[in-house]
Design a protein around this ligand. Structure first.
Ligand SMILES: C[S@@+](CC[C@H](N)C(=O)[O-])C[C@H]1O[C@@H](n2cnc3c(N)ncnc32)[C@H](O)[C@@H]1O
Length: 299
């Protein structure tokens, strides 16, 4: 409990405590919804206080706020359709863009989660190999942040592509004239992603080659299709890998969680003069961007 108090204090100091949506998180290990700095969400919700945090395991934050309410809402009303999940995210102010809702409606999350799990719960889920599929609100947040850089014809890179869900969303947004590339360092997950994608609305683009998924160390990026308009990193890096910065086009944007225990979702923009701007979007909790060996032995 002491450790829990220290974590709350630290969260407070970082000013992530008092507004409604988010500490968006990805991983099972910290199942805490806390706060966000996303102004687009703020007017949709009443603020929640840090008292909602619970510490079931002193090492990790757990607790609930708006999203746990949403999960309850989902199960109470028997929501079982992808469209209804998207509508819930809209209702709670997580999705505010028609493009994001359209692509999340088109790519059925059920095709990407393990059999037997509840595909439409707003929760990350284990996919094996110490990896997870991120929660729907996290996918929505990253799609929002990258939306302008996912226009038809653009190049998008999805590092730590896991199940292939976001890579499929990117492919539909950039279209067949664009290019969506997934990079994942667990070969079995790359095979799984390819199977998932071939069942999804992005199957045609996988066939025509505008969507591809590769085995590789995402910290090196994927130079073959660089430079990229959009780069998404689905695992937390101790610092922003230089090769990823190098592969960002002028005008391009990268969204990447950075940190260890405390992580921030960073938005990295390459300006038209080539300079780099970095800002923090919100606090998050992701699995680490690491070596395959470290991941398989549990980090
Ligand atoms: C939280 S999962 C996200 C998966 C994906 N975004 C999704 O929602 O299905 C993070 C992924 O990053 C992968 N990963 C971690 N370190 C990596 C690295 N160095 N290179 C490539 N992939 C990595 C993990 O194997 C895992 O699949």
């Amino acid at each position: 409990m002491m450790i829990g108090k220290k974590i709350v204090e630290s969260v407070r100091k970082r000013k992530v405590a008092m507004n409604p949506v988010v500490l968006a998180y990805d991983s099972f290990r910290v199942s805490c919804y806390a706060t966000t700095t996303r102004t687009s969400c703020q007017h949709h919700h009443r603020p929640v206080s840090l008292s909602v945090f619970q510490f079931q395991n002193p090492n990790f934050l757990t607790g609930n706020t708006i999203f746990l309410k949403m999960q309850r809402f989902c199960s109470v009303s028997g929501i079982s359709k992808n469209k209804a999940m998207v509508e819930s995210l809209q209702h709670f102010g997580v999705i505010t863009s028609s493009k994001v809702s359209q692509v999340m409606e088109t790519v059925d999350r059920a095709l990407f989660v393990p059999t037997g799990s509840s595909p439409y719960d707003d929760s990350p889920m284990a996919i094996g190999y110490n990896a997870t599929i991120s929660a729907p609100h996290m996918h929505a947040t990253c799609l929002h942040l990258l939306e302008d850089n996912l226009q038809p014809g653009m190049h998008a890179l999805d590092i730590g592509s896991g199940t292939g869900y976001l890579t499929a969303c990117f492919a539909l947004m950039v279209g067949p004239q664009g290019c969506a590339v997934g990079v994942e360092h667990i070969p079995e997950l790359v095979s799984l992603a390819k199977e998932n994608i071939q069942k999804s609305a992005a199957a045609t683009q996988f066939k025509d080659g505008s969507l591809s998924v590769h085995v590789g160390d995402g910290r090196e990026g994927w130079p073959e299709f660089a430079p990229y308009d959009a780069i998404h990193v689905g695992a937390a890096a101790p610092e922003i890998p230089q090769p990823l910065i190098d592969q960002l086009k002028p005008g391009g944007r990268m969204v990447i969680p950075v940190g260890n225990i405390f992580q921030d979702l960073k938005v990295v923009d390459r300006n038209s003069d080539g300079s780099i701007s970095v800002r923090t979007e919100t606090s998050v909790r992701y699995v680490p961007l690491t070596s395959r060996e470290a991941q398989l032995r549990g980090y």
